[in-house]
Design a protein around this ligand. Structure first.
Ligand SMILES: [Zn+2]
Length: 326
């Protein structure tokens, strides 16, 4: 009897152990699947979307909020944006007060996972207390973005660290090659000729890297319209400094620049891509294409004897940059 009872207990123990084993291996399988699933990343705007896709490759699944040719300064989040956030492993945004709506969106959605401010550690240009948020318009700064993003992706999937570091290195090499090529194109233009007007003050970093002076009637963001005095001051500067090139931007209405061009008697070039990439079929659908397109457009406009590229097919809805007539 005692032997039967012992055998029975042993049998029970084996059954329990077996069940436990099955459950443990099920949980382990779930973990392995989760660890190998693409990282769900939400990005605030197209330039970050492109960087995360370039650096993350098959290891990421990106949902982007502010789309091509759209203005992230004045964006109004949609209910679906909050849902995207709740499902994300990682949220990447620019910071430097570029996406003022982001912190409220994060708070309202109850998002709890990792946030990455992609610009952290860049060399900032400031006007008084106000940082210029357009830090991505600099090759020097974008390398900092690249390293920040790769580090955040590795933190999510350490088992893919080698592959992610390899992707980072390839991307950095491509950036260096492009930067050298563009710097050599700009070097032929006398520095005194390198003055350009754009609708808002988005190219300070590009100007610093390439020694080009950008003038703009509107400040860092379209949240405040240009006054008649701002416009008059830009027209004065155009005349005084013999400005050769005026450019519209992909995210803004061309009306303000057109009016300045008419008053100053200069042709309009562009668009330059400032705060958003183009649609996939456009000339600036990746960060690298954008940098190439912008700098090559500037070189054409600033080279004596060559005309700015004509403004064609620039049909963005008016979102700002109009003259405030008050
Ligand atoms: Zn901007």
């Amino acid at each position: 009897m005692r032997l039967v009872s012992t055998l029975f207990k042993l049998f029970l123990l084996l059954v329990l152990l077996g069940a436990n084993d099955a459950r443990t291996s099920e949980l382990l399988t779930d973990k392995v699947v989760a660890r190998n699933a693409p990282i769900r990343v939400v990005t605030s705007f197209t330039i970050l979307e492109d960087l995360v896709n370039e650096l993350g490759g098959e290891f990421v699944n990106v949902v982007n909020l502010v789309g091509p040719d759209a203005d992230a300064h004045t964006y109004h989040p949609k209910p679906s944006d909050a849902i995207a956030l709740t499902q994300a492993d990682l949220v990447v945004f620019n910071g430097l007060a570029f996406e003022g709506w982001m912190s409220r969106l994060i708070e309202n959605s109850g998002y709890v996972n990792r946030q990455l401010i992609a610009s952290r550690g860049v060399d900032i240009i400031s006007h008084g207390d106000e940082p210029d948020p357009h830090a991505w318009q600099s090759f020097r700064n974008i390398r900092v973005y690249v390293r920040n993003i790769t580090r955040a992706l590795i933190a999510q999937r350490p088992q893919h660290a080698d592959a992610l570091k390899e992707r980072q290195q390839q991307y950095l090499n491509a950036l260096t090659a492009l930067e050298e090529q563009l710097l050599s194109q700009v070097s032929d233009i006398p520095i005194s000729n390198r003055v350009v007007v754009t609708s808002h003050d988005a190219f300070g970093y590009l100007g610093r890297d390439f020694q080009i002076r950008f003038l703009a009637p509107v400040g860092f963001s379209f949240e405040v319209d240009a006054t008649a005095a701002d416009v008059a001051s830009v027209i004065d500067q155009i005349r005084e400094q013999n400005v050769r090139a005026l450019f519209v931007e992909n995210i803004a209405s061309p009306r303000l620049i057109q009016r300045i061009a008419d008053d100053a008697g200069i042709a309009v070039g562009g668009p330059l891509y400032s705060d958003a990439l183009s649609e996939a079929q456009g000339p600036a659908s990746t960060y690298r294409e954008m940098m190439r397109y912008n700098v090559e457009s500037l070189v054409i406009a600033l080279t004596p004897g060559r005309q700015p590229l004509a403004t064609q097919g620039h049909d963005t809805s008016p979102q700002g940059g109009q003259v405030d007539a008050r």
